[in-house]
Design a protein around this ligand. Structure first.
Ligand code: 3UK
Length: 503
């Protein structure tokens, strides 16, 4: 395992940004946005000016919390780094959050000030008694204040284990949970997955869809490129066509997005020149074989599946370039250990489904949440996923532990049924859940979005049911099939199963 040793005093921005400028790499491209491209020197200048505004105009002191709101764009990236550099705690938020969720976050994280993109002002202003706000993308706002500060800003002398980030879980259910991360955690994720699994280098161009407020995006589109002196492309409105066009335009080499996005892009691939693309990372939910195969056929690229969690900051089990076992997520990322536990917390061997436990340089620290003691046991993080291993040490995702469907005494993982349905030519998207049933406890229910040209008829439902029965144990087939135009998903591309169960 790599030795991840960081100095006791550490400000992550000194390592991610200032170090490159000091070493003469200030002229290299750091961030590409829809409207502007910034070099490392440009980025540092913006970060320093925002840091001055936070410290001198807003009178914030180290340890204060600053909530950040914006679409993926260079200013949002600079604002996050400025908070880190000024010794503050960044609380990035998803662009689509509504006033109620923002209110909870402002309160739970005891936010002292807000930097918000002008187009996202509405929901924030509906929160009664919100802290002081400075708007960006606003001529009289942050940019005008920044223009009055042109001195460099020295990184605040923070400890490696001072909190610099409160990341809220994307919330497929319930109210958002905040997780706290240290300066050294920021460097640790950069020194694990991208270094050992991706082999990221200075000439890479990172691109993708996850919001910077989602740690998948924060790492993949900002921190990972900066760590190795590479460039990150930030797209404000990520749509399948827009992402493909941007890969072609910016000659992107590494793409980060969720399985549903890869499925939407696959039929459009022939229209674009994607020769620059080398690595495609999929995370957020299970990667079905059909999605992997179709992408491989369309682009020639074998996708890298990785499971990460907000609690652990980034990816901890993944496939890697030459080492991809179909059906498996992969092996622990160098730096992390993983094992499978039974309900009593005892390790189980290969072939037995149990609870995934993970240990590594990052780990869960909930902000004021009693669920901390359920998530971390003796330093092992219990992610809430059911997994099993094979004799060669590969890890296979089964389901979220609390999403396992129990029908007539059988345990059925919805993801396995989804995986089969997605192999049928009529199926564009699907979600499989358990529905309460008097006789069987639960029945398997499939919600299916059809591809163009297929009819949502009882005959189609039968065809799909027979298709599943022919491929996996027949008791797993969906006794109910419901057709829909769209599945409920989070901003990060995750299926919201609880909404399917309520529908
Ligand atoms: C599920 C996966 C199967 C799994 C995330 C990469 O998704 C991220 O964080 P969240 O806190 O959700 C965590 C949960 O999502 N999941 C994620 N990836 C996979 N399930 N296969 C996968 N490849 O249930 C996990 O517990 O939103 C992903 C990097 C950073 C992240 N925060």
């Amino acid at each position: 395992l790599p030795a991840l040793q960081y100095p006791a005093r550490l400000n992550c921005v000194a390592e991610l940004l200032d170090r490159h400028v000091a070493a003469g790499r200030g002229g290299r491209t750091a961030i590409v946005g829809d409207a502007v491209t910034w070099t490392y020197a440009d980025l540092m200048q913006h970060v320093d000016r925002i840091a001055h505004v936070l410290r001198s105009d807003l009178n914030l002191v180290p340890g204060n919390r600053v909530l950040l709101r914006g679409a993926n764009c260079p200013m949002m990236a600079a604002a996050i780094l400025a908070a880190f550099k000024a010794g503050l705690v960044a609380v990035p938020t998803m662009p689509l959050l509504r006033a109620r969720e923002l209110g909870i976050i402002l309160d739970k994280a005891r936010v002292n000030a807000v930097l918000c993109a002008r187009p996202l002002a509405d929901e924030l202003e509906q929160v009664a008694g919100h802290p002081p706000v400075v708007y960006f993308q606003d001529p009289d706002g942050l940019e005008a204040r920044m223009a009055r500060h042109d001195a460099p800003f020295a990184p605040v002398d923070t400890a490696g284990d001072d909190v610099c980030l409160i990341a809220f879980t994307s919330g497929t259910t319930g109210i958002p949970k905040g997780t706290m991360h240290f300066h050294r955690d920021i460097l640790a994720i950069c020194d694990c997955f991208p270094r050992h699994t991706l082999g990221a280098q200075a000439d890479d161009v990172f691109i993708g869809t996850p919001p910077l407020a989602f740690t998948f995006g924060l790492g993949g589109l900002l921190l990972f490129p900066l760590r190795v002196g590479a460039a990150g492309v930030l797209l404000e409105k990520p749509a399948p066509e827009g992402l493909l066009a941007a890969i072609e335009r910016y000659k992107a080499t590494v793409c980060f997005t969720a399985p549903t996005f890869y499925r939407q892009m696959t039929p459009l691939v022939p229209r674009y020149d994607l020769r620059s693309l080398q690595k495609c990372v999929s995370a957020g939910e299970a990667l079905p074989l059909a999605t992997r195969d179709a992408w491989k056929t369309a682009t020639g690229i074998a996708m890298i599946d990785g499971i990460g969690a907000t609690e652990l900051l980034h990816i901890f089990i993944s496939a890697s370039g030459a080492d991809i076992r179909p059906g498996a997520t992969g092996k622990p990322v160098p730096g992390y250990r993983a094992c499978i536990l039974d309900d009593d917390g005892a390790p189980v061997g290969p072939g037995v489904v149990g609870r995934l436990a993970v240990k590594g340089p990052t780990g869960c620290r909930y902000l004021a949440d009693e669920r901390q003691r359920d998530y971390v046991l003796d330093g092992w993080n219990l992610t809430g996923d059911s997994y099993e291993t094979d004799a060669d040490g590969y890890f296979y995702y089964r389901s979220r532990t609390d999403d396992m469907i129990i029908s007539a005494g059988y345990n059925i993982a919805g993801a396995e049924v989804e995986e089969v349905l997605l192999r049928h030519p009529a199926v564009a998207e699907c979600g499989v859940v358990g529905r309460a049933d008097e006789e069987r406890g639960q029945i398997v229910e499939a919600h299916v979005v059809l591809k163009p040209g297929f009819e949502p008829t009882p005959e189609t439902a039968c065809v799909l049911q027979d298709f599943v029965k022919a491929q996996i144990a027949p008791y797993k087939y969906p006794r109910a099939v419901r057709f829909t135009d769209k599945l409920p998903r989070t901003e990060t591309g995750k299926l919201q199963r609880y909404k399917l169960r309520l529908s």
